[in-house]
Design a protein around this ligand. Structure first.
Ligand code: PMT
Length: 215
């Protein structure tokens, strides 16, 4: 199967030397990409900037901004049997990117932000994607409820939810603890390494495909 995976953070430029970003290391998305490639799937890994080695045998598409990630996904998603959105995507970007390095002036500075497109939220409508759609949910409260609402509003088959208020899991650490939120049930595998959880998550995802399902 062909599996498209987004991973890592996005960078939203403010001027030539500054940007807005987040704490995503890419570890969760890369673990999924590595595992899927080892299982013999064709993997398209669309990634924001990370310090990680690119897993062997993946088609690697490096991007920086949300708009670049959007275009990369739009261009390739039709080829994918499964699309997994593990990237931590900026919801807003600076309204204007200064061509020159911004100089300090007064004691305060206001940065105007505009909404970025929701890439996962565009899959079913704008991209007319009909394959298995897996989102992530980075939450600090009401994990299951918020994940279920993302599942429904974005037309996902599965949302992998993690509590990003915890220091031992989530952003930029080797372990994670996730809730697997399906339309008809929720499962909670035990806390584990992202690499091992990637196997468990992919096993559940394969079951959702026509190849892996009961029919
Ligand atoms: O990279 P690591 O350090 O290993 O950390 C892993 C992780 C915490 C980043 C990962 O497990 C995770 O939770 N990824 C999703 C982060 C996120 O942006 O969650 P969200 O709840 O804000 O977004 C919901 C979903 O919509 C996600 O699938 C996200 O990729 C997607 N999204 C969000 C905004 C946007 N503009 N476009 C999107 O596609």
């Amino acid at each position: 199967m062909t599996i498209l995976i987004t991973a890592g953070p996005t960078r939203e430029a403010i001027d030539p030397v500054r940007f807005l970003t987040n704490r995503s290391s890419g570890k969760m998305g890369y673990a999924l990409a590595r595992t899927a490639a080892e299982q013999g799937h064709r993997v398209i890994l669309i990634s924001g900037p990370t310090d990680l080695d690119v897993p062997d045998r993946v088609d690697f598409i490096p991007v920086e901004s949300t708009m670049e990630m959007y275009a990369a996904v739009e261009h390739r998603i039709a080829k994918a049997d499964v699309a997994i959105f593990a990237a931590a995507v900026a919801d807003y970007r600076p309204a204007h990117v200064s061509e020159e390095k911004i100089k300090k002036t007064g004691g305060t500075m206001t940065l105007e932000l505009v909404r970025n497109p929701d890439i996962l939220g565009s899959a079913r409508n704008q991209f007319a994607y009909q394959g298995v759609l897996v989102g992530f949910a980075a939450e600090t409260e009401d994990l299951e409820e918020n994940a279920r609402s993302k599942l429904e509003s974005k037309g996902c088959d599965l949302v992998v939810a993690n509590d990003v208020s915890r220091k031992d899991i989530g952003f930029d650490v080797n372990d994670n603890e996730v809730l697997l939120v399906f339309p008809d049930r929720t499962e909670q595998p035990p806390k584990d390494t992202k690499q091992h959880l990637a196997h468990i998550i992919l096993e559940h995802i394969i079951e959702l495909t026509p190849v892996g399902g009961p029919n």
